[in-house]
Design a protein around this ligand. Structure first.
Ligand code: ZN
Length: 514
């Protein structure tokens, strides 16, 4: 802490007034540094004679407060007086994140209901936020910086309050004041939703996989008729009158719902739609209008037919559910970490219909799950959504962290690659990919300088993408992985920013002020 005090004195920040601190924050360079001690420039904030900022001594990063007189701090931490400065050091804990939200409201996640283009940036490590901010900030889009599914929480050993906490401190480090979202991703129960809400996450992605019934999707018309006849009279009347054999004219296209398909939809989605209404009411009760509900049906076994999307959208509207975004399952394959597999022309043809439904029935954003690296279809997605879109990515940022390891720590990367093969059988039960693991070149044949090629080729990319749980929990890897990233923080931020930036650019999101 003495080195921090010295740095404050040397740089003239000790005793600086608010205008001087604002000038220091706006000056060029990411840090004010001396040896292994660095103050993150964009985190500098002066309030009532107290200077708050993020600083790192070596690999230990904390929130600091400093003043020339003694002061009380709400942050839980330690205090010393040194070099005429009273210095308070607070660790990045969920409790301190709560205090940070009160002192600096821009560090707390908010509802992005009113924002047209939103970019989901899952960060499995709690380190990538500055890279994500640097990617999104130049564009007319808002980032969802904290975002994890239960599956990811379990595999990374993290929890929602820790995720929000990590993100909040890094938002402060970066001085990003434009607002960001936090997404409890792929939640299936009110119980799990409550955990995300308690952690302050305003966005809930409701996964309907387990409350919908996929079976009628493959039933014969006779079987559908038989089961439909068991539904209550009011439901049958409503479904028949509203949908059976009707054509819906949407601006620019039309969707016809055949009579059998209407009945099929009622059987497949009835319960799930009622559950969506319950969840929406629950969210409204807990957060007023300050929430974003995403409805996700992307993890189903078959692509979402336009007639089904229309049925779901219209029924959500009828139940008065405040849908911010909806994720259908699109045709073709959206596999983890690699480009779109399928007929781009056919994707585009169907995608325009999905967009027309979203526009006509609620005006929600079309949400693209497993959006990482789907560069071939981004231009079509940007064009047909008119940028009213939510793009969700996660694993691709993890792969950029692995790329840092490949570049600067070849020994560790080789250990990771061999551990990934061991972790693959378990991981491939959780993630559907078609990588040909046998086609990946043996590590002995690849020179250190070419290790990044594993992050460029699809097969090895998917291997490293889905095995993150096994890799992060491997005691031979975990420690070295995090210290290497800490020691190469700027390289990590740069790689993440470049890679996510490429997504946003290809989508065609306009630059701010353009
Ligand atoms: Zn999904």
């Amino acid at each position: 802490m003495e080195t921090i005090a010295r740095l404050l004195n040397d740089s003239g920040l000790a005793g600086a007034d608010r205008a001087q601190v604002d000038a220091a924050r706006a000056a060029s360079g990411d840090w004010i540094a001396r040896g292994a001690t660095r103050i993150y420039r964009r985190s500098l904030h002066a309030r009532e004679g107290i200077l708050s900022f993020i600083a790192a001594i070596g690999r230990e990063k904390c929130l600091y407060q400093a003043a020339e007189k003694s002061f009380t701090s709400v942050f839980q931490g330690t205090r010393i007086a040194v070099g005429g400065i009273s210095l308070h050091k607070a660790p990045f804990t969920p409790e301190n994140a709560g205090h940070l939200h009160e002192a600096f409201p821009f560090t707390a996640p908010i509802s992005l209901r009113g924002r047209k283009t939103t970019i989901g940036c899952g960060d499995r490590l709690g380190l990538a936020t500055p890279g994500h901010i640097r990617a999104v900030a130049p564009y007319d889009a808002s980032p969802v910086l904290a975002q994890q599914s239960m599956r990811e929480l379990i595999l990374t050993g993290r929890d929602y309050s820790g995720i929000v906490s990590d993100t909040s401190f890094l938002v402060f480090q970066e001085g990003f004041e434009s607002g960001y979202g936090a997404d409890g991703d792929h939640l299936k129960t009110i119980k799990d939703i409550d955990v995300a809400l308690a952690a302050g996450m305003p966005m809930i992605t409701l996964d309907l996989t387990e409350v919908m019934n996929p079976l009628p999707g493959s039933w014969s018309s006779a079987k559908v008729d038989e089961e439909f006849a068991r539904l209550d009279a009011a439901t049958r009347k409503h479904v028949t009158e509203t949908y059976a054999g009707r054509t819906f004219d949407l601006a620019g296209c039309s969707v016809t719902v055949e009579a059998a398909e209407a009945k099929r939809c009622a059987l497949m989605y009835g319960k799930a739609l009622d559950f969506s209404r319950d969840v929406d009411r629950h969210l409204k009760e807990k957060r007023g209008n300050r929430y974003d509900l995403e409805i996700s049906i992307d993890e189903t076994t078959t692509p979402t037919l336009p007639a089904h999307h229309l049925f779901i959208a219209n029924e959500l509207l009828r139940r008065d559910v405040a849908v911010s975004s909806l994720a259908p399952r699109f045709i073709g394959e959206f596999q983890k970490g690699i480009d779109y597999i399928g007929d781009v022309g056919e994707f585009e043809r169907q995608f325009t219909v999905h967009c027309a439904i979203a526009r006509a029935l609620g005006g929600y954003k079309v949400s693209i799950h497993s959006g990482s690296d789907k560069f071939a279809v981004y231009p079509a997605i940007g064009t047909h959504t008119g940028m009213r879109v939510h793009l969700k990515t996660a694993g691709t940022s993890w792969l950029e962290a692995v790329r840092v390891i490949a570049r600067v720590n070849p020994v560790l990367f080789r250990t990771m690659l061999s551990a990934a093969y061991d972790a693959f059988p378990a991981a491939s039960k959780l993630y559907h990919i078609t990588a040909n693991i046998g086609a990946i070149p043996a590590a002995e044949t690849v020179q250190d300088a070419n290790l990044e090629s594993y992050l460029d080729a699809s097969d090895s990319r998917q291997l490293l993408h889905i095995t993150y749980g096994g890799l992060l929990n491997d005691p031979r890897i975990r420690g070295g992985f995090f210290t290497t990233l800490a020691d190469n923080e700027e390289l990590h931020y740069d790689m993440v920013a470049k890679h996510i930036g490429k997504h946003i650019r290809l989508l065609g999101v306009p630059l701010l002020g353009a």
